[in-house]
Write a protein that binds this ligand. Structure first.
Ligand code: GLU
Length: 467
């Protein structure tokens, strides 16, 4: 085990989304690659926006993607005592101070600053108070340096310099006694011995502030790696306008978790030209050096393509098992219905190459499972004309006498049938396909017939013949 320790630190103010999942994945892969520790930390200090439901949803999303963590979930709301003692320490050492400015005063001064074209940061009125003011509510502010520069040497972005004159004395505890985000992140990262902070680049501007807080406690900041943004196809920040952004929406629409993981990793990271990776390969190859600097563009078509690749390569039986909840949801089978998984696997095997999602797979499995199928009206008009029905009736008669109901035998029967009547095979095969599957496209007909089975085939043909 190395000493590398990383964390995914979501704020539970929404579901696990594409961007958050990518951050979680990169932390997970970095930890696994380096034999380190991956921590899950729920940043729920903003109690007005955090909910238990979102905490559960985030955990559910992580589990679905199989991003297992080694420690946690820790919750910031359970660590208020720790934050208090860290604040005490800063106050005692004169690195933080009580601020009695009221929100109204601050607002007034902000307005004045705007009018005068001055910077809007806190001007430091309470910084030089030497005695506490009794009976007035107070916040606690951290003394930021006001001169010089702060250099962030980011593992992805390189050297980024910040002018300290831009930094204001940060409120680290509000007047209601709750600690603030930039402060608790640092305390947690210190207590949890975080060595690398891998997070979205929307936090890059917070980094210089956090670095000063680390140093005030006598700690060297961890290494930072700020991930490039994820954009939609129109090059604006990825949002719901670009399609589903919640991870669980992909579960519901029939994506395989490994396909989504594979897609997410390529949003910013690469390994030569390789597109499809096993989990073991990802762990083996993952390094921060191979994360690009430029923004990644979310491409739903590529994700769909990857999903189809994962479906093709998935073990057929486990694919059949994965299809079950979708079959239930579509009303094709009912909850608790006994279904022979070996038989279902055979059906799945014929559909693997033709299904891009589990939803598409389940929709096609319908004609294997149900007694009768709905027939597409256009296909009916074209292929189930009265003259075809006579042939179908003759064929049904022959099929009812076939005892070896296998693809090979059925192929022979169909060829004989066509030869004897001097018609093309398609002239009988296509009407049968429509009668059995409800449409004009399906896997190889004889295989379908074998798997659907004699009894259901005869029933469906009768129904079509009788009209
Ligand atoms: N809680 C922050 C967020 O959800 C992450 C903070 C961090 O990674 O440092 O954006």
């Amino acid at each position: 085990m190395s000493n590398i320790r990383v964390r995914f630190a979501p704020s539970p103010t929404g579901h696990l989304h594409i961007g958050g999942a990518r951050t979680a994945l990169f932390n997970y892969l970095f930890a696994r690659h380096n034999n380190g520790i991956f921590i899950l930390r729920i940043e729920d200090t903003d109690t007005s926006r955090s909910t238990e439901e979102y905490i559960e949803a985030i955990i559910e999303g992580m589990k679905w993607l199989k991003l297992s963590w080694d420690e946690g979930p820790y919750r910031q709301t359970e660590r208020f005592d720790a934050y208090k003692s860290y604040i005490e320490k800063l106050l005692q050492e004169g690195k933080a101070y009580y601020c009695y400015c009221t929100p109204e005063e601050l607002e007034q001064r902000r307005k004045e600053a705007i009018e005068k074209g001055m910077p809007q940061k806190y001007a430091g009125r309470c910084r030089s108070l030497t005695e506490p003011v009794s009976d007035k509510p107070f916040a606690v502010r951290f003394k930021m340096p006001q001169e010089g520069t702060t250099v962030v040497t980011d593992l992805i972005r390189g050297v980024v310099e910040f002018d300290n004159s831009q930094l204001e004395d940060l409120v680290i505890m509000r007047s209601d006694g709750t600690p603030t985000y930039n402060f608790v992140v640092v305390v947690d990262d210190i207590d949890m011995k975080i060595t690398h902070v891998i997070r979205g680049d929307d936090h890059l501007n917070n980094t210089p502030k956090q670095m000063h807080i680390y140093r005030a406690f006598g700690w060297e900041p961890p290494q930072f790696a700020h991930l490039p943004m994820i954009l939609g196809s129109d090059k604006t920040r990825l949002s719901k306008r670009h399609g589903a952004t919640s991870v669980m929406a992909y579960k519901e629409t029939g994506y395989l978790p490994d396909a989504l993981v594979n897609y997410l990793v390529r949003l910013g990271w690469s390994h030569g030209d390789q597109e499809v990776f096993t989990r073991d390969e990802l762990i083996k190859y993952f390094t921060i050096e191979n994360i690009g600097k430029s923004a990644a563009v979310f491409n739903p078509e590529k994700l769909l393509w990857l999903n189809s690749q994962y479906i093709i390569n998935e073990d057929t039986k486990s694919l059949a098992e994965m299809a079950m909840p979708f079959l239930i949801k579509e009303g094709i089978i009912f909850e608790g219905q006994q279904i022979d998984i070996e038989w279902l696997s055979k059906a799945v095997n014929t559909l693997k190459e033709r299904s891009r999602t589990l939803v598409e797979l389940a929709a096609s499995l319908k004609y294997y499972i149900l007694e009768y199928v709905d027939i597409d009206p256009k296909a009916k008009e074209k292929f189930l004309k009265p003259e075809n029905l006579n042939s179908l009736s003759e064929l049904r008669e022959i099929l009812s006498g076939v005892s070896d109901f296998t693809a090979i035998e059925l192929e022979r029967v169909f060829h004989n049938f066509a030869d004897e009547r001097s018609i093309k095979l398609g002239a009988i095969a296509q009407p049968v396909r429509v009668a059995i599957t409800g449409g004009t496209a399906s896997p190889g007909l004889f295989e379908v017939l074998e798997i659907v089975g004699k009894e259901k085939i005869l029933k469906r043909l009768s129904k079509v013949i009788e009209g």
